[in-house]
Design a protein around this ligand. Sequence first.
Ligand code: S3P
Length: 169
Amino acid sequence: MENIVLVGFMGTGKTTVGLLLAKQTGMPLVDMDTLIEERAGKPITEIFAQDGEPHFRELERDIARALAAQEGQIISTGGGIVLNPDNLTDYEKKGLVVCLQAAPETILERVKNDSTRPLLAGDKPEKIIQLLETRKSLYEAIPHQIDTNGADPKSIAAKIIALYESNNS
Ligand code: S3P
């Protein structure tokens, strides 16, 4: 059975939708950031602060490679998964890769009280706009896109399941 791989910028709802998908399909939810933290033995903020972003990206790459070799999982990725094209190439071999999209205002609303994302530390609105701009084309290149603005997570999960079923029938 194929994996369902959720991709998208921070705050696009990957974890929320991933939990619903896991509940509805019975497949386990695997959260890449959690695995990275377990592997490193510390939270993401500390990995970035003590070891630097390149080290974080290496851990992320290793975990993507390992997860992509397995089947039947709902995989919630970190927003920067698109930075290394090998990650998506690997996931696409055995998985339905879906990109969740949201407008900067929606993202800001969802992450405004969050301090666990080092790339958004400081001036959040500014950082969101800048990062979205540099990554826009990478997210848009993913064939399956879902607009999450004002959408109920349940309806997003239902759309993804319908897509998954039509791909597997
Ligand atoms: C990142 C997104 C985060 C996490 C890390 C870097 C990014 O995951 O992997 O802080 O580069 O966009 P979420 O998308 O789950 O917030």
